[in-house]
Ligand binder design. Structure first.
Ligand code: GTP
Ligand code: MG
Length: 370
């Protein structure tokens, strides 16, 4: 049942908690400031104190934000979103850097110096691929826990001199739980002690049968250090992506997910988001996690200022009121008022989550007083 603490109820009405307690006392209830009351009692108290009660459920607030499916006729092809996973030190970041470096037109401004959590590269056929560089598995886990499907493909990096390790297995389990196909990148094959066949056998023990052993999991031997077979890896991704026939509707208000976010001294809150459907434009009003905002600028993975970002595009968003969290979802809404309403609601949810975690009263109130 929905409950609320007396303190929280008083806060929402901008009344003193002691007055709420007095009223409850008059009704025969002896309660303290941190005690909880049910929503019906809260409504009676609020009404008696002259407030209008508006009960809002989660569905009401979030309605239309993520729900409605797109008309199949509006769907257009989009780039695949690829997450690189694997054991510590097996070369995930090196591989991403190598792919990006190989892709960066020489002399291009920005180069690879800027390190953001997501960027795009081109496959040999010119198809764009979006890569997400997850720092460990945490972001991925938190996104999945929230039911957000972020990635279409996982590139599992396994070092040929080390073989399958605990976090390799963890990554395999993540990919399986998310029902996402795996492409294996056997890395560090430049090393004298590299033993790719051991990696294949290790994988077999995890029920992953690679192509060269008669299975259907694509595998590519690479060296991030020596830039060996990077094109082959991109081709494998491209091939796997074609099978998936990935589409999205670009012609609707944008929705997506926060890859990472930080408070920048000069620029204020900056969120790197992945647009999942629709197109995000400068000037759009949005809610990002619990933070409302208006897009002041969009910055692409090369540090360039852009006007809009379509499906599967990673982009930095400037103009948020606060800093959201990795894994938060964002959506463009049609007015400031709507943005505030959703933001208020989510801020409250967040506070309640924190309170519950802090061992305080468990409040799951879905009620707004105005
Ligand atoms: P974490 O983010 O800490 O999990 O590591 P990572 O998987 O991102 O590995 P990273 O790219 O940081 O590489 C770890 C070490 O392996 C670095 O010293 C790299 O230089 C080295 N390394 C990466 N790829 C290769 C490769 O293809 N060959 C050789 N010889 N060394 C490599
Ligand atoms: Mg790394």
């Amino acid at each position: 049942p929905e409950t609320i603490t007396i303190q929280e109820l008083a806060n929402r009405m901008a009344e003193r908690a002691v007055d709420v307690i007095k009223l409850l006392m008059q009704q025969g209830q002896m309660l303290k400031i941190n005690d909880v009351i049910d929503a019906d009692t809260a409504e009676i108290i609020a009404t008696e104190m002259g407030h209008t009660v508006k009960r809002v459920s989660e569905a009401d607030v979030e309605e239309g934000l993520y729900g409605a499916d797109d008309d199949p006729a509006d769907l257009k092809p989009r780039p695949p979103v690829v997450t690189i996973m694997g054991h510590v030190d097996h070369g995930k970041t090196s591989l991403l850097d190598a792919i990006r470096e190989a892709n960066v037109v020489s002399g291009e401004a920005g180069g690879i110096t800027q390190h953001i959590g997501a960027y795009q590269a081109k496959a040999p056929d010119g198809q764009v691929i979006t890569f997400i560089d997850t720092p460990g598995h945490e972001a991925f886990t938190s996104m999945r826990a929230r039911g957000a499907k972020v990635t279409d493909l996982v590139v599992l990096v396994v070092a040929a001199d080390d073989g399958v390790m605990p976090q390799t297995v963890e990554a395999i389990n993540h990919a399986r739980a998310a029902e996402v196909p795996i492409i294996v990148a056997i890395n560090k094959i430049d090393k004298p002690e590299a033993d790719p066949s051991r990696v294949r056998n290790d994988l077999l023990r995890q029920d992953i049968v690679v192509e060269s052993m008669g299975g259907d999991t694509l595998e590519v031997e690479v060296s991030a250090l020596k830039h060996l077979n990077l094109e082959k890896l991109l081709e494998a991704i491209q091939l796997q992506a074609e099978v998936l026939e990935l589409t999205a509707n670009p012609d609707r208000p944008a929705e997506g997910i926060v890859i990472e976010a930080k408070l920048d001294k000069g620029r204020g809150p900056v969120a790197t988001v992945l647009v999942q459907r629709g197109t995000l434009n400068v000037g759009d009003i949005l809610v990002c996690g619990a933070e409302p905002g208006k897009v002041r600028a969009l910055v692409d993975d090369h540090g360039r200022s852009i006007q809009s970002a379509g499906p599967a595009t990673p982009v930095e968003v400037l103009g948020l009121d606060g800093t959201p969290e990795a894994g938060d979802r964002f959506a463009v809404v049609d007015s400031d008022a709507r943005a505030r309403e959703i933001s208020d609601y989510r801020q409250r949810k967040k506070r309640e989550r924190l309170q519950a975690r802090g061992g305080g009263a468990k409040t799951s109130l879905e009620q707004m007083m105005s």
